[in-house]
Design a protein around this ligand. Structure first.
Ligand SMILES: [Zn+2]
Length: 138
């Protein structure tokens, strides 16, 4: 693959990546989240710009306010989504090849119609996900 094409794909990947909770929700200011290890719940109050290159897995630092007054800056992928109502959120999509969360438009899900459950029912299940950049490179 020529270098220009790879650079273009990297730029595309950068523009589609999103900070995401581990369970696949795009992190926005105001979102309620729960820390993976401490299980403390908080509200996202800031999101720092992405600082890495196109292939970095991490790179978003978020400010989270706990208990109404304590706030900390932590890595975005240490959090789970806390479902609240009314709620306004977008799903993110995870590429299994490069391990990066993108917005849904940038990731393709492959479905197999032939998966059978243990009870013999045939279900159409997602089998893997791949982003458009990785898809072009294979
Ligand atoms: Zn990928």
């Amino acid at each position: 693959m020529i270098a220009d094409t790879m650079a273009a794909l990297d730029n595309l990947a950068l523009s589609h990546r999103v900070p995401s909770t581990r369970d696949g929700i795009v992190i926005k200011v105001g979102l309620k989240v729960k820390h993976l290890h401490t299980e403390k719940e908080g509200t996202v109050i800031s999101i720092k710009d992405f600082w890495g290159n196109a292939n970095d897995v991490g790179g978003f630092c978020i400010g989270v306010c706990f208990d109404g007054n304590n706030s900390e800056e932590l890595c975005f992928d240490e959090f789970l989504f806390v479902d609240t109502f009314p709620v306004d959120y977008d799903r993110s999509s995870f590429c299994e090849v490069c391990d990066i969360h993108f917005d849904e438009s940038f990731v393709e899900w492959s479905h197999s119609p032939f998966n059978e459950t243990s009870k013999g029912r045939k279900l159409c299940r997602p089998t893997y996900s791949i982003c458009k950049r990785c898809d072009e490179m294979v």
